[in-house]
Design a protein around this ligand. Structure first.
Ligand code: 6GU
Length: 258
């Protein structure tokens, strides 16, 4: 899968992604990240890409033409102009706090694309006319304001790439699956067996796989109920886990009465 990122800070995106699991996937040729500097498509000799907002107000606005030129170069390389009838248009994601909030579901969906284009904005925004012309998806990574679209693009690329077949090893996908059941991750422990007076839970040392699995499932439920109770609505539990969950809720209700 190929990610194209239109940005004013290409080195930030490259350095952030060329590491760990994604770095390994790039070296293996499973994914690639092509950063394109919008400034290379500036219209003037000072390489400006922004201008004052019509109507006044604080800050600068990224101009339409350098972004359009930058996009056309990428679309040309993808070998489509984005307007041809019948041709499936490559999705273009604009990172913005007013977009649809990114989640695992959208990561999975976007991982099915061959190529994806990201547009990272800066300053006070981007000229609306180029957005309506090239953007297919407006996406936010949460309800807070960041200085630019680079960090959100990197967050999305990481989450999407992990869903691309071959990026994770079998062992790593197994771990993802356990979050994909909709529950939060269970607690993990490594050596030593006792650390500063705190022992590792006995069951994890037992070698009893079914008991370990049951314990982990219950701790995942505990943690999800405690920290993100709203996630429980989207979870399907097996019979044993459902019973544990019912009893946990009953116990919690009882505690609140006391
Ligand atoms: Cl996608 N962009 C910016 N600038 N800020 C954000 C965001 C995106 N998502 C949350 N905050």
């Amino acid at each position: 899968m190929k990610f194209h990122v239109m940005t004013l800070f290409p080195e930030m995106v490259e350095q952030g992604l060329h590491t760990s699991i994604l770095g390994r996937a790039m070296d293996a040729g499973i994914i690639s990240v092509n950063t394109v500097n919008i400034r290379d498509y500036s219209e003037d000799k000072h390489r400006h890409v922004d201008d004052y907002p019509y109507g006044g107000g604080a800050g600068m606005v990224m101009a339409a033409e350098p972004i359009a030129k930058c996009y056309e170069a990428i679309a040309g390389a993808i070998n489509q102009d984005g307007t041809e009838a019948g041709a499936k248009r490559t999705r273009v994601v604009y990172l913005t706090p007013w977009g649809r909030v990114f989640d695992q579901q959208l990561a999975k969906e976007l991982a099915g694309e061959e190529e994806l284009v990201f547009l990272c904005g800066h300053y006070e925004g981007v000229d609306e006319r180029v957005l309506t012309e090239i953007v297919t998806d407006y996406v936010s990574i949460g309800d807070y304001v960041l200085s630019g679209g680079e960090l959100p693009a990197m967050v999305m690329i990481d989450a999407i790439a992990r869903m691309v077949p071959g990026v994770l090893t079998n062992e790593e996908s197994g771990e993802t699956e356990s979050f994909m059941n909709g529950l939060l991750e269970y607690p993990q422990y490594t050596r030593p067996e006792e650390w500063r007076g705190q022992p590792v839970p006995e069951v994890l040392l037992s070698g009893h796989h079914a008991k370990v699995a049951e314990w982990r499932m219950q701790r995942s439920i505990d943690r999800t109920v405690k920290y993100r109770p709203e996630l429980m609505d989207g979870v399907t539990l097996d019979k044993k886990s459902a019973k544990y969950y019912r009893e946990l809720l009953a116990k919690d209700a009882e505690d609140r009465q006391d």
